[in-house]
Design a binder for this molecule. Sequence first.
Ligand code: PLP
Length: 398
Amino acid sequence: MKIGSFETDVLMEITARPPAVFVEGKGSWLVDHRGKRYLDFVQGWAVNCLGHCPPEIVKTIATQAERLISPSAAFFNDAAIGLAQRLTRLSGLERVFLASSGAEANEGAIKLARKWGKKHKDGAYEIITFDHSFHGRTLATMSASGKKAFEPLFEPKVAGFPKAKLNDPASVKQLINANTVGIMLEPIQGEAGVWAATDQFLRELRTLTQEHGLLLIFDEIQTGMGRTGKLFHYEHAEIEPDIMTLGKGIGGGVPLAALLATETAACFEHGDQGGTFNGNPLMCAAGLAVLGEVSKPELLKAAADAGLFLESELQKLSARHGLGEVRGRGLLLALDLKLPIGPVIVAQALQAGLLLNSPQPDALRLMPALNVAREEISEMIDQLDAILTKAGAARRIA
Ligand code: PLP
């Protein structure tokens, strides 16, 4: 396919991409190869927590690039130690392994749990995960995921991931046996369409894991870094996991992720885990700049307030168009469309210069920058209102 002067066929065809080549971004706005501007409520799939090209990250990357880019993951570097220190202080989890993607961090979490089972639980290796969950696209993380579309792919899968039902403690209890080493979940299932575990369910899992001597693993790749109005989602439930993974927002747009664990769970030995780019100073410096901003109480409060405003505006929009519920927390929200019109709405929004996401055909997911302005939320709502009005009129005519 040719888009403008760009031959896009050189890239492997792994997903349907719209016919725009993005060349610039600032805050909540993206610009394509024709100079067309888009209001971005996708933000790299909840990645750009401070918006596109925020000055804090731009300056930090430029300074770090002049100083040190990559000494080798086999050596210490100051940026990685600085980031890990900050993460441990903020999370209460004592050890960090720095990675480059969410799937890599989750793969590490799975390996860590299995190692812990080998050392402390007679080789127990099963990790209970959940229907409709999403943990990444490596073979083990696809196996851990409860996404139906993954089921027929790349067989045989990695064994040892029995699936329970979200918010159903009995379905979890029923799966616990001598081989169980842990329970792993996203506090809000983002890719599934923004379905939240209740705080009560999270607390019950904490109690259950303590009773059975199991590890509680939170995949906070989407919910972490202020996305739900607290730095880490588990703070809402007032519990702490034994292992947590972070990705997406932690780099504010650069490839960075982290696997955090309590001192007792962090049982890797030499040779168990590693990778060329782990703790890369260029990425870690960016991560430190992001954390410096996102951990500020005023930013978290502004994100929580923006989330409430977006939620109430979406509820009004839903009432006007006879749509369904608004789900989620903070700035990770979904609008239930009641009908499988999500892809059509997303395509029409793109035409109108608005970037939206439909993780499931009957839902829109909204995940703007944490510092999104009220006027930008109102502008998005106005545009979506117009698109829904047109879609409603088309349905009535049909
Ligand atoms: N876990 C969750 C909850 C996610 O939402 C994602 C990505 O969407 C991942 C893991 C995988 O992260 P990555 O795409 O960086 O590998």
